[in-house]
Ligand binder design. Structure first.
Ligand SMILES: Cc1ncc(COP(=O)(O)O)c(C=O)c1O
Length: 430
């Protein structure tokens, strides 16, 4: 038996099957767990489950493990891990300035890949550590004063809301909160709620494209247009849409958009992005001054964080390429379809309550539910221990639930397995 690093053992037979499936282009060695990279997808998304199973085979999770927690952290596929390991050892084998010189070029290549992915220019991209840092670069970089206001949404992440509230106290500007309404009442409700909140004192609107609490999807393009007409800046927190949705920032047209590599893009951990629209570059002050800034546009002023880990950035670009290889519209549809499969099954379970909208146009692949009278914390523990299914508790303030967030490495069979396990516990208790 082999340990896969998450406590699961993988039999020799399973291991041999994985290894044989791969064609052995690259072998990734970890904590006692070895996995062969599988270079070829089985056809394209039109091949259905067969294709998606070949996508799953590129991830090093043990075959029996079904982790559906993409809203929190996604695993990187084999090509991304291989890139990270190769680039890390490249520096450790020869840390001379001469050998490292090409890394600053590689960092700029990642910037270009990010710009391409988000359909903007490299001059508008800052490579950060994660969404938290990206959001804080905005609240630290803009200057608001007493009498001015920022509008936030109640379900924004603390890196957004707490940051604005604390900075409001420090610099004297006001913060107005638009409350979440559950279940999602539709785009028109929020367009109206934000229209009423955008008084002449308001200078910035910060909302989340898709909430991590219950998966509410926001009409981002309409809200950005609404704000722009009123001279209000927009910060769109894209932690849950970057790498899930086929986002086109030129079309969405926010002033700022933030995201993390280690969520839906399945990149390496501790890398992120901040898009800063060219029209607001002159409004931004750096939050950090140091050596080694980025080479172009706003990154020259905002991205001076000292010594960086270029290996992570190069692996980030590899993750974006992996997504392009699958096809971004296909990724968006697949994750949403898995969520729909779960929503439809959960809605049939007696006593289950969904915090997430049953209307597929109002949600993304983040679904939160109350499992009837079952203890949610115990349920999450039991699902992992007995069924090898990894979910999270969550739901946001006043909405204590269980969260399911499936991605391309999950399969329709895993969703069925989860629903069957839930149905069993509804019948017989935990
Ligand atoms: C909407 C949203 N914003 C920001 C974050 C923070 O992301 P990170 O921990 O990668 O900085 C999260 C994390 O779950 C999130 O869901």
């Amino acid at each position: 038996m082999r340990n896969n690093g998450s406590g699961t053992t993988v039999s020799r037979r399973e291991f041999a099957r994985l290894f044989a499936a791969g064609g052995c282009a690259t072998v990734i060695a970890g904590e006692g767990w070895t996995h062969a990279q599988t270079p070829a997808f089985a056809g394209d998304p039109s091949a259905g489950e067969k294709f998606w199973e070949s996508v799953r085979a590129q991830f090093v999770m043990a075959p029996g493990l079904a982790v559906m927690n993409a809203a929190n952290l996604c695993p990187a596929p084999a090509p991304v891990i291989a890139t990270l390991e190769r680039e890390t050892s490249h520096v450790d084998r020869d840390p001379s300035p001469q050998n490292r010189a090409r890394l600053s070029q590689a960092r700029e290549a990642t910037r270009r890949a990010l710009a391409n992915f988000l359909r903007v220019t490299p001059e508008e991209i800052v490579i950060t550590r994660n969404t938290s840092e990206s959001n804080n670069l905005v609240s630290n970089g803009l200057t608001f004063k007493a009498g001015e206001e920022v509008v936030i949404f109640s379900d924004n992440h603390p890196s957004n809301n707490q940051a604005w509230i604390e900075k409001g106290k420090r610099f004297g500007f006001g913060v107005r909160i638009v409350e979440q309404k559950n279940p999602h009442p539709g785009a028109a409700y929020y367009i109206d709620a934000f229209t009423r909140a955008l008084t002449p004192a308001v200078k910035l609107l910060a909302f989340t494209h898709l909430t991590n609490t219950v998966g509410d999807l926001f009409p981002a393009k309409e809200l950005c247009a609404l704000a722009r007409e009123r001279g209000v800046l927009t910060l769109v927190d894209g932690a849950q849409t970057f790498g899930w949705m086929d986002v086109n920032l030129r079309d969405l047209d926010p002033d700022f958009y933030s995201g993390s590599a280690h969520k839906w893009p399945c990149g390496a951990r501790e890398c992120g992005v901040l898009f800063v629209n060219a029209r607001v570059h002159d409004r931004m002050s750096p939050a950090s001054y140091s050596a080694y800034p980025g080479a172009v546009g706003i990154s020259r002023r905002l991205e001076a964080f000292g010594q960086r880990d270029e290996a992570t950035m190069i692996a980030f670009a590899e993750a974006l390429a992996f997504q392009e290889k699958i096809g971004r519209p296909a990724i968006q549809q697949r994750s949403a379809a898995l969520a729909t499969q779960f929503v439809e099954g959960a809605a049939r379970l007696p006593g289950f309550q969904l915090f997430t909208s049953t209307d597929a146009t109002r949600r993304g692949p983040v679904v939160t539910f109350v499992p009837g009278t079952l203890d949610r914390t115990k349920l999450v523990a039991v699902l992992y221990e007995r069924h090898r299914i990894g979910l999270a508790t969550g739901g946001g303030a006043g909405r204590s639930g269980v969260r399911v967030s499936p991605h391309v490495y999950n399969t329709a069979a895993e969703i069925d397995r989860l629903l069957a396990a839930l149905a069993g516990y509804v019948r017989s208790g935990l």
